[in-house]
Ligand binder design. Structure first.
Ligand code: NCD
Length: 350
């Protein structure tokens, strides 16, 4: 699926309101600034788009390190957050990010909105726009819902997770976290293991895209029932020069890994019969200290959250020195600031 882009590329917002000069002076390698009006998935992002997001995130991290981590870049702009699904970190981190940029933030919880009275997504989006929404951050249990919203919304739409399909800001914060921690600052040639319920995971799908695009070797590991369909995807990816492997052998996956990302068993999305029991899953695929010892000694341990400790990850691994899980959350704010900032520039130009 493609996102609409404006006819002409426009620079990001004016220098006077730009907090960090490097951000404004950060066109990509070919000198082309950010062109995307929406962020619906990572599949439309070029290598230079990814670089621009990473560098803008660096600048936002500098902002966050200041005693007062607030800049006026989005002053007077309305960021509306519309979540149809439970969330803690993604929703709060978008809200904190927007507030750090001085935007006016409106939070809509679908459970208490007119959605419960049968209002359609399209009507809800049109209503929010009439109420001043300029950037719309949305999460929806149906894959593709943000694409529909983007067709009717006049501003920019940021996908905060749709069904099993995509979670672009999570993949970008994961890439940022890996790059900031891996020696050499790159994932190229690194072995990255995504372990667990890949089948129901939008986080896995978006991460596979960015990581293989950035040259990582991605290993998907879990019970065969939770990897269904990914062999075919891997074969197509390999034909296109991307490197990823699909295996139910946790030893083969973890051996010499540079990064291990555990995923939650997403029972709310799961049909019955895919897993015999959580206890058995934990015994066969849980990320324990013993298993982690197969990976490189300084391998990064990651998890998008929310964690079910004792199921996909042992509690001591989650808080070990190798764990980068809290850092993922912190970087999530900086990445979302960067994306709101970049998208606001394009939405401005309309
Ligand atoms: C994930 C999600 O909602 O897609 N969490 C997140 O956004 N950090 C993963 C999950 O629900 O397990």
């Amino acid at each position: 699926m493609n996102v609409a882009v404006p006819e002409t590329s426009q620079p990001v917002p004016g220098e006077a309101t730009v907090p960090v000069p490097e951000v404004d002076a950060a066109p990509d390698a070919q000198g082309v600034p950010w062109r995307h009006r929406h962020l619906l998935d990572v599949d439309v992002l070029t290598a230079s788009d990814l670089e621009l997001v990473m560098r803008t995130t660096d600048a936002m991290r500098e902002v966050l390190a200041r005693p007062i981590a607030k800049v006026p870049a989005l002053r007077g702009r309305n960021v509306t957050i519309l979540f149809y699904e439970a969330s803690t970190r993604t929703r709060v981190s978008f809200e904190v990010a927007a507030k750090n940029l001085s935007a006016d933030v409106v939070n809509v919880a679908a459970a208490t909105s007119s959605v419960t009275k049968g209002e359609s997504l399209v009507d809800t989006v049109r209503t929010l726009e009439a109420l001043g929404a300029q950037l719309l951050v949305m999460r929806h249990p149906t894959s593709g819902a943000p694409y529909l919203a983007a067709e009717v919304f006049g501003g920019g739409v940021l996908n905060g997770g749709d069904g099993w399909h995509a979670h672009p800001t999570q993949a970008l914060l994961d890439l940022y976290t890996m790059r900031s921690r891996l020696p050499g600052g790159s994932v190229e040639g690194r072995k990255v293991v995504i372990l667990g319920d890949v089948l129901h995971s939008r986080v896995a799908r978006s991460n596979i895209w960015t990581l293989t695009a950035a040259g990582a070797e991605v290993w998907l590991c879990g019970p065969a029932t939770l990897l269904h369909g990914f062999e075919a995807w891997a074969a197509r990816g390999a034909a296109a020069g991307r490197r990823f492997h699909v295996t139910s052998s946790i030893d083969a996956a973890l051996r010499d890994a540079d990064v291990v990302m555990a995923l939650r068993i997403q029972r709310e999305r799961m049909a019955s019969g895919l897993l015999p029991s959580l206890r058995e899953y934990a015994a066969r695929f849980g990320l324990t200290r013993e298993r982690l010892a197969l990976a490189k000694p300084d391998a990064l341990v990651m998890h998008p959250g929310p964690m079910n400790e004792g199921v996909e990850i042992a509690p001591d691994v989650a808080v070990s020195d190798q764990s980068r899980i809290t850092e993922q959350v912190t970087n999530g704010v900086a990445v979302r600031m960067a994306l709101l900032y970049l998208l606001a520039g394009v939405t401005d130009a309309r």
